[in-house]
Write a new protein. Sequence first.
Length: 271
Amino acid sequence: MNRILHKGMQVALLALFGVSTTGGAAAAEYTLLVEPSYNVQRAVEVYQPLAAYLSKATGHKITLVTSRNYHFFWRDVRQNAPVDFMFAEAHFTDFRAKRFQFEPIVRTVENTSYTLLGSDQLTNTTLAGLIGKGIVTMPSPSMGFAMLLQLFPDPVRQPNLMSTAQSWRDGVEIVFAGEADAAIVPTWLKDQYPNLVPIATSTEYLGAAISAAPTVPPEAKQAVKDALLKLHEDQGAYEVLAELGVTQFIAASGADYDGDEKVLEGFFGYK
């Protein structure tokens, strides 16, 4: 009788704490780190719908993690600060895959490139015409900052790089305010600013990826992957995708990003 009572109490406690007695996976909590392409308040507005969708679709609790700026984000990536999933551009994706065995599971179907937009007040809208001029960007080592360095590889003949933007759109507003001559933005944004002049477009890379840490159980990793692959089919997901500037996610692997970490060469802390 005591054994039966003890067994019943075990089952009740397991059920209370969400542990299945039939071998099924219980709900768990996971974190999702995103790039600081926005200030913290705006990042929550942009990415929280994605975290909420994943929580609902997988049954797990997905908690959004933001960084104050790229300095702190890059420090945490280099030091492998604990996180379960990361949504980041190609160079960060490859770095963490190579160094810390993160596994890219999905990526945006759109590839990534950056376009340099100049003020319509510029008299010479060429790269050479921007030498010594003010170009606003997100701080290093964001992909946009790295692409600017690719466009101006000669350290003697460079523009004045103003890494003061709090978002890519903020950079454009700084140009409109007359505080800079040009801004670099993700190419998908350029058509929203017809008053600015496209000057050059960077090398194209695969789109940003969501990667899973090696500590994430396979079943949880698969659940998140499946949910993301179906995101574009969800009628309520338009806002999520529109905020991210993508139309859908597709399957990804580490091989897709092989070599992209080289973009980080020359930045502080890369080795």
